[in-house]
Design a protein around this ligand. Structure first.
Ligand SMILES: CC(C)(COP(=O)(O)OP(=O)(O)OC[C@H]1O[C@@H](n2cnc3c(N)ncnc32)[C@H](O)[C@@H]1OP(=O)(O)O)[C@@H](O)C(=O)NCCC(=O)NCCS
Length: 174
């Protein structure tokens, strides 16, 4: 997945009130497999991935790339936030910085995703000033739609893709 290009990576770990945003580490492997194998997490993302395939595919030493933050609560990974460019999965996002978020279901409902995304967006605004950020999510993904609104994304367009209505939001540079 293409990264953020000229950005210096990694930044020092980012501390928020309750969380730490940091690079992936070997000890996150179990949580990463939980995340990608979770039916709840995958519900609006094309479904969960088979656990045995993940066990085979995910290396012991994590792959690191710019724009990928592990979200750590009290020393354990609870999710990840990504800021990537031109992921190619959506024509509408091509070439633009795109926010993504995935959290373990047991970490939903505490405001952790909002807290982590705010911090990542704050870092991004300093690293690439003046750049807008886009976000794509299914309109049926109510939690994600609520989070996008809370983060200041407003609707740019709606379109059908993968058999579902998708929502593209834009957050102007702060
Ligand atoms: C999308 C997703 C990150 C949202 O997680 P979330 O926990 O609902 O989001 P937030 O961090 O904004 O938390 C909001 C909830 O925390 C509650 N909350 C509790 N304590 C809080 C606090 N101190 N501060 C803020 N909110 C708090 C809010 O009231 C709200 O609760 P509600 O859902 O009952 O209304 C999560 O559902 C997820 O990982 N889904 C799977 C992946 C996915 O679909 N990603 C989208 C594709 S990009």
């Amino acid at each position: 997945m293409p990264d953020l290009g000229s950005v210096t990576w990694p930044p020092p770990p980012i501390k928020t009130e309750r969380l730490l945003l940091r690079e992936p580490e070997a000890r996150d492997r179990g949580a990463l497999i939980e995340l990608l194998a979770s039916p709840e997490v995958g519900a609006f993302l094309g479904g969960p991935q088979p656990r045995d395939e993940l066990e085979r595919a995910i290396p012991e030493e994590p792959r690191r790339r710019s724009g990928l933050f592990v979200v750590d609560l009290d020393g354990a990974m609870i999710g990840q936030v990504t800021l990537t460019k031109d992921t190619g999965h959506l024509r509408q996002a091509a070439g633009r910085a795109e926010l993504g978020y995935l959290f373990l279901p047991q970490a939903w409902g505490y405001g952790y995703a909002a807290e982590a995304c705010e911090a990542a967006l704050g870092w991004f605004a300093g690293a690439l000033p003046g750049e807008p950020v886009v976000l794509a999510t299914q309109t049926a993904n109510v939690r994600s739609m609520r989070l996008a609104a809370k983060l200041g994304f407003t609707e740019a367009e709606r379109f059908e893709e993968w058999g579902a209505e998708q929502w593209m939001g834009v957050r102007p540079p702060g």
